[in-house]
Design a binder for this molecule. Structure first.
Ligand code: NAD
Length: 289
């Protein structure tokens, strides 16, 4: 049986007209503020992808970039200005931040009604509770939509999630629980990864470790969702994020020969995450109307 390649770009493209209609139905141009501290090349590339998508669907953006050495209070003042600005409807602080900054304090300075990443304490409580009106972090929301578009139902399935970060792993774990899956969570201290991954119907990998999942970790019939984004230096440029060649956490070549369905990197979860970030913005705007 041939393996189904879950195409994130085609899925996103099929969903764009619906989102554009929602944007056009607003009486103003929804605008996202993207706050970047320093100039990490990966952050710059991710921001470029978000700005390009915003332009494509008629959303405004304001990119605010500070020096790497910005103080905590200076950064929080910038966030407060965005909170007060009626022309800004969503705010993201591009992560990771330099270590001299307190990430939680910075994130919690964002007005919850403009919290597109859903990382403020107010937002986290809501998605943890599984509230229907909660904004869900974009990667988890994007994967939920992705699976639904391919009619892959998580109800009653065994799902293993690798990764437990606040940005990616924990929202994914919660999303799968909310979809009534039975969830196993693995992380860097899990002693026998293959034992936990082979058990699953659906394996979601978000570790940020190139080549972590090999053929020995999977079994026939599984669905593999590769969230990892690892840049391979010194190789050919790729079209998804300009200037960098990307690979996931899964050895695509070997694993794809064995499983039922798999997401590629690039072109899998990444485009769905960007799409869902802007869905979150439009949802926030609808709540503000
Ligand atoms: P993180 O470093 O904060 O967390 C990584 C998690 O993986 C941790 O919980 C850790 O315990 C676990 N882990 C690390 N090594 C492991 C190992 N050897 N075995 C098992 N678990 C291990 O990273 P993050 O912010 O959660 O992001 C994870 C990955 O997802 C990164 O590659 C990131 O670039 C990518 N990402 C992709 C998208 C997308 O849209 N595709 C969006 C956000 C993040």
């Amino acid at each position: 049986m041939s393996t189904l390649i879950l195409d994130g770009r085609a899925t996103r493209d099929a969903l764009i007209p619906g989102l554009m209609k929602r944007v056009q139905a607003l009486s103003y141009v929804p605008t996202l503020a993207i706050i970047q501290v320093g100039d990490r090349p990966d952050s710059t590339a991710f921001i470029r992808a978000k700005k390009a998508f915003a332009k494509k669907i008629g959303i405004g953006e304001k990119h605010i970039q500070t020096t790497e050495t910005v103080s905590q209070s200076e950064l929080i003042d910038i966030i407060k200005e965005c909170n007060a600005d009626k022309g800004i409807h969503g705010i993201i602080v591009q992560l990771p931040l330099p270590i001299h900054l307190d990430r939680d304090a910075v994130i919690d300075a964002i007005e919850p009604k403009k919290d597109v990443d859903a990382l403020t304490a107010w937002s986290v409580k809501r998605w943890l509770e599984g509230r229907e009106d909660a904004i869900m972090p974009a990667t988890a929301r994007g994967i939920r939509t992705f699976l639904k578009m391919y009619k892959i139902d998580l109800f009653g399935k065994k799902v293993t999630v690798i990764g437990r970060s606040m940005l990616v792993g924990k929202p994914l774990i919660t999303m799968c629980l909310n979809e009534n899956a039975t969830v196993t969570v693995c992380h860097s201290k899990t002693p026998d990864l293959a034992k936990e991954t082979k058990w699953a119907d659906v394996l979601i990998v978000a570790a940020g470790k190139q080549g972590l999942i090999q053929a020995k970790h999977v079994k026939r019939g599984q669905v593999i969702i590769d969230v990892g984004i690892n840049s391979v230096t010194g190789e050919k440029l790729d079209d998804e994020i300009e200037g960098v060649r990307l690979v996931g956490d899964v050895d695509f070549e070997k694993v794809s020969k064995k499983v039922a369905a798999i997401t590629p990197v690039p072109g899998g979860v990444g485009p769905m995450t960007v799409f869902s970030l802007f869905e979150n913005l439009v949802d926030l705007c609808a709540g503000m109307n």
